[in-house]
Design a protein around this ligand. Structure first.
Ligand SMILES: Nc1ncnc2c1ncn2[C@@H]1O[C@H](COP(=O)(O)OP(=O)(O)OP(=O)(O)O)[C@@H](O)[C@H]1O
Length: 555
């Protein structure tokens, strides 16, 4: 509707030239009268009023329609992101996704709100004006028509440039966005190491690359447009000359000659506008294609049927995995984590403890072996369905820019305020929340930056308690906390373990898992030892070495 009204308004604007034609005719034929002038003025005023109305409707509908389409696309992409395998959300890819979700959708909206309407309007207007000149004096019309045919190779060249440099520009823009996202989220570290601003090489290089590709893109496009512009404007004197002969020999009326002289100027302006619009239309199609690429992108394999096994024990059978081809992280991991028992995973840094949790949560798929929950293999189940059975408390707590209450409610949207507060009491965070300015309704800033590390950890434990899922994955991270927070977090973890669940916990300090039902020692990509604390001490292996080292440190 927006496009239709914009085109209508454009066509109505051509009435000005027909009125001008009538006015000049009156002047040259000396038959100006006040009644004819009044008629003409009233006609113009009426058309102006109709144009005002059609323009307003066209503009408003275009904006409303564009915003609605943007909203729909963004919601659709949001849903799509839920189906894309989680391992694809790497740093570079995140930049591409952010770019698509923000600027590509904005550009696509522009196609709808501005470009399409303007293009149809200007092309129709040009055809009408050329038809008018042909009707007045055919040779002049044919000159204009010939020049307009040159527009086709000119556009073909422009499109080639857009294809070649536009895609590169878009890819480099996504890389720059990635770099900026990384820079802004890591600003504290960059500042601490005096790497902010121009000293941050990665970000400045990304910006430089982006400005270089933009420069190339414009530098290639400008000469093509410029060359056509020169030919286009040359039609003005040529048409003037050709038509002048006919006028002087009496074959053309004065008014017709004047109109013919004016039309090439008008057409040149219209062609410039069409070529700019087509150039950016082609460019905007890159954005549309980027959106389409995400839409058509591979989705997670597996059944999206509810996954509700009778039992929730977790079994690894000869699981093999590497993040990068050739660099094996897990090389035949076997274990069984029983229901209602605490299984602890220990091992040196980089041994693959978090990788085991990542595989259970289906952030990644193993390259060999099988993972079973309740005796049912999970390879044919979507991550979303598996994650419904799991609560995760790890070192990277992610909090939304919302109130404390809403942050916890994310774990179970239908939870009552009572349930949220009860979960917080168990997670040892009720006291500090109540001390905050608005209690549970206090906003906690972007990613909870108004909270301390220990407070953030406890909020994530409250979430896990509220979700109350049968499997709990814990990455214990109390090492960086002060003593008060460490005790509070440890107590919260103990409260969490009270509920009967299958719990797998990565322990960085062994004292916290002394009473675990089973301890797995990860080493060399395998479970090198397993058993209770007592059994492992009796084996005199890696666990004993780790335990002795910790005991020495704590003295
Ligand atoms: N996304 C990734 N891409 C490539 N390699 C990775 C990735 N994540 C982890 N790794 C590598 O895999 C290995 C195992 O990492 P993992 O995080 O599982 O170890 P971890 O035992 O949990 O270590 P820590 O105790 O220090 O947290 C390491 O060598 C690590 O560098």
């Amino acid at each position: 509707m927006g496009v239709a009204f914009t085109v209508l308004e454009g066509l109505l604007s051509s009435c000005i030239y027909f009125s001008l034609y009538l006015l000049i005719e009156m002047l040259l034929n000396h038959n100006v009268s006040s009644s004819r002038l009044t008629q003409l003025t009233l006609g113009l005023a009426g058309i102006f009023l109709i144009r005002l109305i059609t323009y307003s409707i066209g503009y408003t509908q275009g904006q409303i329609g564009g915003a609605a389409v943007s909203k729909q696309i963004r919601l659709y992409l949001g849903d799509k992101f839920k189906k894309i395998p989680l391992f694809r959300f790497t740093q570079g890819q995140v930049g591409q996704y952010v770019n698509t979700m923000t600027s590509d959708v904005n550009s696509y909206e522009q196609i709808l709100t501005h470009k399409t309407g303007n293009l149809v309007k200007n092309i129709t207007l040009s055809i009408m004006l050329m038809g008018f000149v042909c009707w007045l004096y055919l040779p002049a019309g044919l000159i204009l028509l010939t020049v307009s045919l040159l527009f086709i190779p000119n556009m073909w060249l422009s499109f080639r440039i857009v294809k070649k440099y536009g895609q590169a520009k878009n890819t480099i823009c996504a890389e720059a966005v990635s770099s900026i996202v990384e820079y802004v989220s890591g600003i504290q570290t960059f500042r601490a190491y005096n790497m902010s601003g121009a000293k941050n090489k990665a970000t400045t290089n990304a910006m430089k690359d982006f400005s270089n590709v933009c420069y190339k893109y414009e530098a290639m496009g400008i000469p093509v447009g410029f060359a056509f512009s020169i030919i286009d404007w040359l039609t003005v004197p040529v048409v003037m000359l050709v038509a002048a002969k006919a006028w002087m020999s009496g074959g053309l009326a004065g008014v017709d000659y004047l109109m013919i002289c004016m039309m090439p100027m008008l057409l040149a302006k219209l062609f410039t506008s069409i070529s700019i619009d087509l150039f950016s239309y082609k460019n905007l199609r890159i954005s549309r294609n980027n959106i389409q690429k995400v839409v058509d992108g591979p989705e997670e394999q597996g059944m999206d049927k509810p996954f509700a096994p009778d039992s929730h024990d977790i079994t690894f059978q000869n699981v093999r995995f590497s993040y990068v081809q050739g660099e094996t992280v897990l090389n035949g991991v076997d274990f069984r984590a029983k229901v209602h028992k605490l299984t602890a995973i220990v091992g040196a840094s980089g041994s693959g403890k978090s990788t085991i949790l990542n595989l259970i949560a289906k952030y990644y798929e193993p390259q060999g072996g099988r993972i079973l929950i309740g005796g049912r293999p999970v390879e044919n189940v979507t991550a979303q369905r598996v994650l419904e059975q799991i609560s995760i408390v790890d070192q990277d707590v992610f909090l939304f820019d919302d109130t404390v209450r809403e942050n916890i409610r994310h774990a179970r949207p239908e939870a009552t305020n009572e349930e949220i507060e009860s979960a917080c009491r168990k997670a040892n965070c009720d006291v500090f929340i109540r001390k905050m300015e608005k209690g549970y309704d206090t906003p906690i800033g972007e990613n909870g930056n108004l909270l301390s590390g220990g407070e953030r950890q406890r909020l994530s434990i409250a979430r896990a308690i509220l979700k109350n899922s049968p499997i709990l994955l814990l990455d214990e991270a109390t090492a960086s906390l002060d003593i008060e927070n460490e005790l509070a977090v440890k107590q919260a973890i103990v409260n969490l373990l009270d509920d009967e669940k299958t719990v797998i916990m990565i322990a960085h300090t062994l004292s916290i898992i002394k009473n675990a039902d089973q301890i797995l020692v990860v080493s060399g990509g395998r479970i090198s030892e397993s058993g209770t604390h007592k059994e492992l001490l009796a084996k005199d292996g890696k666990y004993v070495a780790m335990w002795s080292a910790e005991q020495k440190l704590s003295i």
